[in-house]
Design a protein around this ligand. Structure first.
Ligand code: SAM
Length: 298
């Protein structure tokens, strides 16, 4: 998969995808919901927008009217052919038939051959991402977007309601977990509104919600290196029923761990769900600084 080359964040979720003959195809029926999603992007008149899974074009037509440039990626061959016909005379719209998870973002959004000169650092254009997602790719897709965050600044996506709750959850709540911590490490998450199954055709079995993620990585502020800190979070949340102590004990010497928890004022009896990113980072930095074989603190 092209995306796993960048960082190790994409490793967090298994890449084995179920074979879904219908590709998560639940099409928005009402124009009001489509309008609300597009409005959540703000003023896009100067932006390039990447739409994931345009389907029958419920969002695409609205986006085409508002965005400076629209790139829409649809995996379904028939739907993408229909969209190409529909937008063939619309110069700011490009329809790509592809699996979004296999797309090489560098070749689409990165510098083109001849566009760089020695001494000239090219800052990539920052793209807004939008989509009523096929739910089976949600986590993997978000992790890919985080891995390629140099190209993206805003993500507005419709996801399963429970996933939206987890993405936006605060530490201490039942929904807070690895997905929440990871998403909040890379961006500011807002849960905007929910839609009932009746808003789609055919209706899905679950409720849906729209989230907006403003990409604002916290790695520098937390003074942690990306890959080892993601590994640390994964270990912290390893087994949901275990305490933080029991999860971390798998990788750390107990004496070192006890001293680091004391120093960073973390109660060994809590679960990772109760720990803010700041506290996790403090513990991680203490462990990394106290143990030269643990890389990661900056
Ligand atoms: N945007 C449309 C709407 O709101 O009515 C369709 C949304 S539907 C939930 C998801 C769309 O994503 C479908 O058109 C489906 O064919 C497409 N899709 C599924 N898997 C995809 C993938 N891996 N890459 C790109 N598109 C995909």
């Amino acid at each position: 998969m092209a995306h796993s080359a960048e960082g190790n964040v994409a490793k967090t979720v298994s890449s084995s995808r179920p074979s879904k003959p219908k590709l998560g195809q639940h099409f928005l029926t009402g124009s009001a919901s489509a309008q609300r999603i597009v409005d959540a992007l703000g003023d896009i008149s100067q932006n390039t927008v990447l739409e994931i899974g345009p389907g029958r074009g419920a969002l695409t037509s609205l986006l085409a009217r508002k965005a400076r440039r629209l790139i829409a990626v649809e995996l379904d061959r028939v739907l993408s052919a229909q969209l190409r016909m529909k937008f063939s005379l619309t110069p700011n719209v490009e329809i790509i038939e592809a699996d979004i998870l296999a797309l090489d973002f560098d070749s689409i959004f990165g510098p083109k051959p001849g566009s760089t000169r020695p001494g000239l650092e090219l800052t990539p254009e920052r793209i807004h991402v939008v989509g009523n997602l096929p739910y089976y790719i949600t986590s993997e897709l978000l992790l890919c977007l985080f891995a390629y965050r140099k190209y993206f600044d805003l993500v507005v996506v419709m996801v399963q309601k429970e996933v939206a709750d987890r993405l936006a959850a605060k530490p201490g709540g039942a929904e807070y977990g690895l997905l929440s911590a990871t998403a909040q490490l890379y961006g500011r998450v807002e849960r905007l509104f929910t839609l009932a199954p009746g808003a789609f055709s055919p209706p899905p079995k679950v409720d849906s919600a729209v989230v907006r993620i403003t990409i604002e990585p916290k790695l520098d502020e937390l003074r942690v290196a990306e890959a080892p800190f993601i590994d640390f979070l994964r270990l912290s949340f390893g087994q949901k029923r275990k305490t933080l102590w029991n999860n971390l004990r798998e990788n750390y010497d107990t004496k070192v761990l006890r001293a680091a928890m004391e120093k960073s004022k973390v109660d060994p009896g809590i679960r990772a769900e109760a720990l803010s990113l700041e506290k996790s980072a403090a513990l991680f930095r203490t462990l990394a600084n106290g143990n030269p074989s643990t890389p990661g603190a900056k």
